[in-house]
Design a protein around this ligand. Structure first.
Ligand SMILES: [Zn+2]
Length: 130
């Protein structure tokens, strides 16, 4: 919300609902899920409003948007974090991963790039595939 204000974004009631929900959830949600959860919680918000707010917030980099083959998922951005992609439930779970310093040093040496930030994508199954 502070970042919205810094960017001069209008903070409507609906926009607050979306931000509050995303900052409470530690997983990534589709627009439909966000709409359903807000409606179930008794918040007055329309479908279109959810979509418009998600578009506006993600285009300013205030929320995270992950493109998936079956649509987009949204999450909060608190710091650089990695993702565990669950292939059977389609969930994306945020995790904090710290890579060993010697591994970072080796990558820096190989590429000549000083690493300041990184994200790791993990893929797997919650239920072992048959
Ligand atoms: Zn994330």
């Amino acid at each position: 919300m502070n970042r919205c204000q810094t960017l001069g974004m209008r903070l409507s009631r609906q926009r607050r609902y979306v931000l509050e929900l995303l900052w409470q959830a530690d997983e990534h949600l589709s627009a439909r899920e966000i709409y359903n959860r807000l409606t179930q919680a008794g918040k007055e918000i329309g479908h279109t409003s959810v979509y418009q707010n998600l578009e506006a917030l993600s285009s300013c980099g205030i929320i995270e948007c992950v493109e998936r083959c079956d649509g987009r998922l949204y999450g909060n951005i608190s710091d650089a974090h990695s993702h565990v992609n669950c292939l059977d439930t389609q969930q994306i779970i945020d995790v904090r991963v710290e890579l060993p310093a010697d591994l970072i040093a080796r990558i820096e040496e190989e590429t000549g790039v000083k690493i300041t930030e990184y994200r790791v994508d993990f893929y797997g199954y919650r239920n072992s595939p048959q």
